[in-house]
Design a protein around this ligand. Sequence first.
Ligand SMILES: [Fe+2]
Ligand SMILES: [Fe+2]
Length: 211
Amino acid sequence: MNPSVLHLVSKTSPAWLQHCLQHLDEVLVDHAHCEHKAAVTALSFISKYPDDPRLVVGLGELARDEADHFARAATLCTARGLPLGHPSKDPYVDGLLKQVRKSSVIDGRVDRLLCCAIIEGRSCERLKLLAQALPAHLQTDGQDELSRFYDELWREEATHHLLFIELAERTLSRAGHKPAQATVDVSSRLRELAEVEGALLASLPVRAAIH
Ligand SMILES: [Fe+2]
Ligand SMILES: [Fe+2]
């Protein structure tokens, strides 16, 4: 997946992929936690912003996808004898959410949706990297279950990325902005947040984790 399609300003470093391939068990456990958090976050958006029917239905479906991803990741962990444990702190997500503006309810809502769009975009890029690298790494023909799992998931995370952007645009247009202006404003804010995300990622140590 080309990072620009996902509105990312930087590519994941080869060092991240190499580190993760050497620590696949840790990656799997972290990934299960990420999917769990994604499902919970989607449901919490519905509680916080029930006014937009598209958001309610779209994020209801997204939460179902993420719960399915979580169940599949947890099953893979269990099959490998990996206990899930409690999730560790995620400095990446915490750092990104610090960017959420407090200037207005609408700005805060747009930023929360766009932070999720970026997290989905980065997850999509990285799950695809893992899907592509695993067959050679494990010396299989590409039919191993982990590679198939990641290959299915990155495609779904790409649709989630786009949904969050659409919901941010709807937030502005439903607040009275002209649709064309809402698109321009969201695109500009997304670029700003993507710049921050690229710098944040570069500042954090490489971890055997999706972020
Ligand atoms: Fe997911
Ligand atoms: Fe997702």
